[in-house]
Design a protein around this ligand. Structure first.
Ligand code: AMP
Length: 181
C-alpha cells in the first residue's frame, strides 16, 4: 500500500456534487481506499483558467495500484464526467483529477510526472493539501507542504466552503456568499 495524494477540481455544473462524487469513486478503485479528505474550497481561477471559480479538495488514498494505472483510472473518471470533449475548449473542467504525490516517488515519463510539476506553485492545491498533510515532504524540493504554502505569500483567493452551502454547487463567476475565509 502506498499513500497517494489526488487533487480534485471542478468549475462547471454542480461543482460540489461532482467533487463529492469523485471522492466516493476514488474509494471504489481496485485496491484503493480513501484515508483522509480535505474540506472543499472555492478557489479563484489561476493559470489562465476562468472566469468560473473552482471547487477544489485533496484526497489521501491508500492504494495498491501502481502510478500509471492510477493515473489512467483518474483520466477515465474525468472522461466519464465529460472531460474528453472539454479538452479542446480551454481550461474549464467538469472534473479535473491530478496525481499530486505517490509516496515519495520521483518520476518523469511522457504522460506522468511525479511529484506533480506545478503542485508547489498552486494555492488551490497547497491549501487543501496542508489541511490533510501539512508535514508531508515534497520529494524533490525537500520542504514540507506547509513551508511551500507559506512561501507562496498572498495570491488568488481560496475559501473554505461552509458545510451545507448551496452557493458552492452551481458554477458562479466569483466567490462570495456561502464561503468562509
Ligand atoms: P491537465 O489538463 O492539466 O489535467 O493535464 C493533463 C495532462 O498532464 C495529461 O496529459 C497527463 O498525462 C499529464 N500529467 C503529467 N503528470 C501528471 C500528474 N502527476 N497528474 C495528472 N496528470 C499528469
Amino acid at each position: 500500500m502506498v499513500k497517494a495524494y489526488v487533487g480534485i477540481g471542478s468549475n462547471l455544473g454542480d461543482r460540489l456534487r461532482t467533487c463529492a462524487d469523485a471522492l466516493a469513486a476514488l474509494g471504489r478503485l481496485p485496491g484503493t481506499h480513501v484515508l483522509a479528505a480535505s474540506p472543499f474550497y472555492e478557489t479563484e481561477p489561476e493559470d489562465g483558467a476562468g472566469p468560473q471559480w473552482f471547487v477544489n479538495a485533496v484526497a489521501v488514498l491508500g492504494t495498491a495500484l501502481a502510478p500509471g494505472p492510477l493515473l489512467a483510472a483518474l483520466q477515465k473518471m474525468e472522461c466519464l464526467a465529460g472531460r474528453a470533449e472539454e479538452r479542446a475548449r480551454g481550461k474549464n473542467r467538469t472534473l479535473d483529477l491530478d496525481l499530486l504525490l505517490y509516496g515519495d516517488q520521483v518520476l518523469q515519463e511522457r504522460n506522468l510526472t511525479l511529484p506533480h510539476p506545478r503542485l508547489h506553485q498552486r494555492r488551490f492545491v497547497l491549501v487543501p493539501l496542508c489541511a490533510v498533510a501539512p508535514d508531508v515532504m515534497h520529494p524533490t524540493l525537500g520542504r514540507p507542504m506547509r513551508e511551500l504554502l507559506a512561501a507562496l505569500g498572498p495570491g488568488p483567493a481560496v475559501r473554505l466552503v461552509e458545510p451545507g452551502s448551496a452557493r458552492a454547487g452551481a458554477a458562479g463567476g466569483a466567490g462570495g456568499a456561502g464561503v468562509a475565509a
